[in-house]
Design a protein around this ligand. Structure first.
Ligand code: CMP
Length: 227
């Protein structure tokens, strides 16, 4: 119980809550672990729970008519998913797959709805996060429809920097970049284009590559160039 409480206070939609309420939430949820590569949610199935990531990473994806996977987002510690179908009553909007061993906290729909009704601070924080996701989706639509390959790769890097990056003295470091075929699925381009563009960015001094790690050297400038 102690460990669950510790984790819950760092979840952005719960940060305004007092310890008593966090203790209540700890009691209504259950912990569940998913092994790397296991599918947590299937698109089109009925939704009954909200998922919060205690530790680990998942990818949110859909499969296009021609069988190509499109990665919408990568979520990590303290992020939530599964809210869409429990809010609007429709089926799951996407597949969710663990890309690392992932430790999850699940809250059933009636308990989550009750929390939203009784704790407006949770509702507001949820709306803020959904707004951020809508902005990110808008940026992606613009990128896919208007930008050249370089712009598409840069947009994905900016999205990952937002989701997973750590800012330090104007630089943003992404510790473990997804595999290049996953990056290609996020950017709507090929693996070869990802590889070529990342090396080109490195040559121009915009990023530093070090194994699976990438550093955007001047984050503000990079954002200005590609937003
Ligand atoms: P739900 O539709 O219940 O199940 C799939 C979940 O994926 C969805 O709720 C959201 O939590 C999440 N999801 C869907 N689209 C996006 C997106 N564009 N960005 C981040 N998360 C998303």
């Amino acid at each position: 119980m102690e460990k669950i409480n510790d984790f819950l206070k760092y979840v952005p939609i719960f940060t305004e809550l007092d310890q008593n309420t966090l203790d209540e939430i700890a009691k209504i949820g259950i912990r569940k672990t998913f092994k790397k590569d296991s599918i947590i949610l299937f698109e089109h199935e009925t939704g009954s729970a909200l998922f919060i990531i205690a530790q680990g990473k998942v990818k949110i994806s859909r499969v296009s008519d021609d069988g190509k996977e499109v990665i919408l987002s990568i979520l990590s510690d303290s992020d939530f998913f599964g809210e869409m179908s429990i809010l609007d009553g429709q089926n799951r909007s996407a597949n969710v797959t663990a890309i690392e061993d992932t430790d999850m906290f699940l809250i059933q729909r009636p308990d989550f709805i009750n929390l939203l009704l009784t704790k407006p601070e949770v509702s507001i924080a949820l709306l803020q996060e959904l707004t951020t996701r809508l902005r990110s989706a808008d940026m992606k639509i613009k990128s896919l429809s208007l930008k050249d390959a370089e712009g598409k790769v840069a947009t994905v890097l900016l999205q990952l920097a937002d989701d997973l990056g750590r800012i330090k003295q104007g630089k943003v470091e992404i510790e473990k970049l997804p595999y290049q075929h996953d990056l290609a699925n996020m950017a709507g381009t090929s693996r070869e284009t990802i590889s070529r563009t990342l090396h080109n960015f490195a040559k121009r001094g915009l990023v530093e590559l070090e194994g699976a790690k990438i550093r955007i050297l001047n984050y503000e400038k990079f954002k200005e160039m590609f937003s």
